[in-house]
Every structure is written in C-alpha cells, then in structure tokens.
Design a protein around this ligand. Structure first.
Ligand SMILES: NC(=O)c1ccc[n+]([C@@H]2O[C@H](COP(=O)([O-])OP(=O)(O)OC[C@H]3O[C@@H](n4cnc5c(N)ncnc54)[C@H](O)[C@@H]3O)[C@@H](O)[C@H]2O)c1
Length: 433
C-alpha cells in the first residue's frame, strides 16, 4: 500500500529521472503532528479591492508570524473585489509572491458572499473560483490553493485556522462558504472537543479509525461503532483512544434506538463514515450488489440521522458529518450504485442543513474523499490505483488522517457557521469540479 513512487521522487536520482521523463512530481506533504503543529514559515496578508473584513486580529491568533521572506501562508483578502477591473488587484498581489511560497504552503483567497442583486459583483467573485482552481493546478510542490467565502472573519476563525495549518494538507482547489453569526470559541483551541461525545460509524479501521483517533485527540469521548464481525478491532481502537466500542450494523432496523440506548448522556458529534463498495458495470450488476450499497451508504444514514434528531439525542450545538465521495460528484465507471449513494449524501446535506440548524441547533456537512490510502483502495487493481493516486494536483493519494482532520474541523464547536458544505478531501482531483 506504500506509495513507492512518492518515495522515489523524494530522492535526488528519482527526482532527476522523473523530471526528465516529464512524470508527476509529488512532494512529501507537511501534515499535522504534535511536534510540528504549525506551518513552517511566515504569514503574508494581502488585499485586493477595498475590504471591510476585520481579519488581522483573527490571523494574529493563528500563531503564524507575519512576514514576506518565506511565506508558508499567503492570505489574499479579495472580499472587496466587486467588478472586473478590481480583479487586476488579484494578479498584482499574487503574481510577485507566488514563487516564494514554501513547499506544503498555503494560498488562501478570501471572497465575499455572492450578491444576487449585483451581477458585476457576482461575475468578479465567481472569477475568483476559476482563478483559485487554476492556480491550484499549477502551483505544485505540495502547496494548496483554496477559496473561502465569508462575510465575517471572527465567525470563520475555526475555518481560517484549519486552512492555514498542516491539518488541511490534502484539501486543495476547494470553495468553502462560511456564514455569519456568533460562534462559541473553545476554552482551549488544542482540545476543542473536551467534554463532548462523538460517535463514528465504521470506525474499526481505515478512515473511520483515523476520525475516531483525531476526535479523541481533540478531547472527545468517542464511541467506536462497527459491525459485530469487526467487534474485536473496534474494541482495540476504542481501548487505544480511551473510548468505547459499539458492535452494531447500521442497517439494522433498530440502529437508532440502540445508538440512543448507548448514549444516555446525549451526543455532540455524529460521523457517518461506514461505507461499502460492490463495483460492477450496470450491465453486469445484479440487484444484490445494488441494494446493500444504497442501504449502507445512504438509507441507513438518512434513517439514523432522522431518528437521533427526533429523539433529541443530538444536543444543540451538535454536528453531523456524513461521508460522500468524489465518485458521487463526478461519477465513476463500475460504481453506479456507489456514485448514486454518495450523491444522495450531498442531497441530504444540502436539504437538511438549514432545517437542522434552525430546529435543533445542529450543523450538517459532508466530507467527500478522493483517493485515500486504505484497505478499500488497496483492493483496486494496480494500474487503476496508480492512476487514482496521481490524478490530482498534489499527484499522490491522501491519508485517512486528511479526512479525519477535515471532519474534526467540521465537528469543532466554533464551526457552527459552517453548514451545508460538501468539502472534498482529494488533493484537487482532476475528476469533477
Ligand atoms: N478510501 C477511499 O479512497 C474513499 C474515497 C471516498 C470515500 N470513501 C468513504 O469513506 C468511508 C470509509 O472508507 P474506508 O476506505 O475507510 O473503508 P474501509 O472498508 O476500510 O472501512 C469501512 C468500515 O465500515 C464498516 N462498515 C461497513 N458496513 C457497515 C455497517 N453496515 N455497519 C457498521 N459498520 C459498517 C466496515 O466494517 C469497516 O470497518 C466510506 O464511507 C467510503 O465510502 C473512501
């Protein structure tokens, strides 16, 4: 499962040879670790157009030192770009500095919410999206480029901290919208989930295991749910992270009831991660390869969500994070069942998010992983696996930790203004927008 090509291009002869042959140049990504929790370099704050965003105090709290010599993060405040002429300011700000951004650094463009009454503002702000995605595809060296649309910097603090940290190493080419409103800052930003309870489905291995570990690192008491056949693994994970295991098939008719019974004190974070594949082209797909995929990946997610909301198990301030996939956004040959189920997750999130927030004080978002190095992708035939790894701007697969960090940001108590978002964790995959 190890990415030998990435190791090879990390050596001098490997780099020389692959460059000569014009092959992809993945760079070792700087991910979060307790020893290196911050980006390695300075923060450069630039502005295009006339901004009214009170950004500086929030940026100061990221812990990055302001400077321009070796920027690890360039933040371009383009919220004031309201007409085509003002886009020149985007070029003028970034053209001179983009080369100096350190490997695994960040370019973060800040845009304003689209104003439906002003087509000039919409054109200019939408232009930022094409700009961001294009720069993401050319910047290289493990650097990421994202667009954050926001109206209020304080309400976006958890998002700014996430995007300007090693936690977002595999998130690139994304457009994220954050609303306005009052947010609850945690007492300790290093343990934001202290005192909270989280439940992660399919957490005995793979991405779910990483999500459970990351939420526990952030202070949550975690319930590790998986099928009865994986109970021993679920127990091992729970023991390691100081949580508890729950052996349960999420498709069971009484799944909601049993989850509620296991959580008498209520739940703050619900992560729908359990998922299966049963790949076949539609012409060769019998009904018994279709039904279970829709049932595990979508039907059970809808049922348990409805049930836990109706029972009041999810407390106000709660967070639901569901797992989509780029296969649900772009489609994938051999995955009509899986693509349908994962696209259904997007529909669920977009529809439920505003109502769940208004009615229960709960946000609903999704992560959409691209190619992530797990047992699921290790089973993919070699050539398709190698193509999956390289067909993204970072030219490598993501790790379960990348999806876990994104989930932890969405689960954060200060992320109450992030709602209805589908955030791809795909290294800016070439599949889909
Ligand atoms: N690995 C990737 O590249 C990738 C890409 C996109 C999306 N995803 C999604 O991410 C999630 C996790 O993927 P992974 O690669 O870690 O998969 P995985 O197969 O390694 O782990 C999935 C876990 O879910 C559990 N599970 C399956 N059916 C269940 C059920 N009915 N009830 C309870 N638990 C059940 C399994 O026992 C397993 O422990 C899935 O939803 C998957 O579709 C993965």
């Amino acid at each position: 499962m190890a990415d030998r090509y990435l190791s090879f291009t990390g050596t001098a002869p490997g780099r020389f040879l692959t460059r000569r042959l014009g092959l992809p140049q993945p760079a070792e990504l700087h991910r979060w670790s307790a020893e290196q929790p911050r980006l390695r370099g300075e923060l450069l704050h630039l502005t295009a157009g006339r901004s009214t965003l009170a950004l500086s105090p929030v940026l100061a709290r990221t812990g990055l030192t302001p400077g321009s010599a070796r920027p690890a993060a360039v933040v371009l405040d383009a919220t004031g770009v309201a007409d085509v002429g003002a886009l020149d300011g985007v070029h003028a700000a970034l053209h001179p500095v983009v080369r100096s951004v350190v490997p695994s650094g960040r370019v973060l463009v800040l845009g304003a919410p689209l104003d439906p009454e002003d087509h000039h503002q919409c054109a200019a702000q939408q232009a930022l999206e094409g700009f961001t995605r294009s720069l993401g595809k050319e910047i290289g060296r493990g650097r990421t480029v994202n667009l954050l649309r926001l109206g209020d910097a304080a309400a976006a603090e958890s998002t700014l901290r996430f995007l300007l940290s090693p936690r977002s190493a595999y998130v690139s080419g994304q457009v994220i919208e954050v609303g306005s409103g009052t947010v609850t800052a945690p007492a300790d930003w290093d343990e934001p989930l202290a005192g909270r309870t989280a439940l992660v489905t399919g957490a005995a291995r793979g991405i779910g295991e990483a999500v459970a570990g990351t939420l526990a690192r952030d202070g949550a008491r975690v319930v590790v749910l998986d099928v009865p056949a994986a109970e021993a693994d679920a127990r091992r994970v729970a023991e390691r992270i100081g949580g508890t295991a729950l052996a349960l098939d999420v498709t069971a008719a009484d799944a909601g009831e049993r989850i509620a019974a296991a959580l008498p004190g209520g739940l703050d974070v619900l992560v729908h991660n359990a998922g299966i594949t049963r790949d076949r082209r539609l012409v060769n797909m019998p009904a018994d390869r279709w039904g279970p995929v829709l049932e595990v990946n979508l039907g059970s997610v809808l049922r348990t969500t409805d049930d836990l909301l109706a029972r009041g198990v999810l407390r106000p301030g709660g967070r639901i994070v569901a797992t989509a996939s780029i296969a649900g956004l772009a489609g994938n040959a051999g995955q009509t069942n899986y693509g349908a189920g994962k696209a259904g997750i997007v529909g669920l999130v977009r529809s439920l998010a505003p109502r769940a927030l208004a009615g229960h004080g709960v946000t609903v978002n999704a992560v959409a992983p691209g190619f992530i190095e797990t047992r699921m992708t290790a089973a993919v035939p070699l050539l398709i696996r190698e193509a999956g790894r390289r067909m993204n701007s970072l030219a490598q697969g993501g790790l379960p930790a990348d999806v876990a960090e994104t989930t932890a940001w969405l689960a954060h108590p200060a992320s109450g203004t992030v709602n209805g978002q589908v955030v791809r964790v795909c290294g800016q995959s070439l599949l889909g927008a």
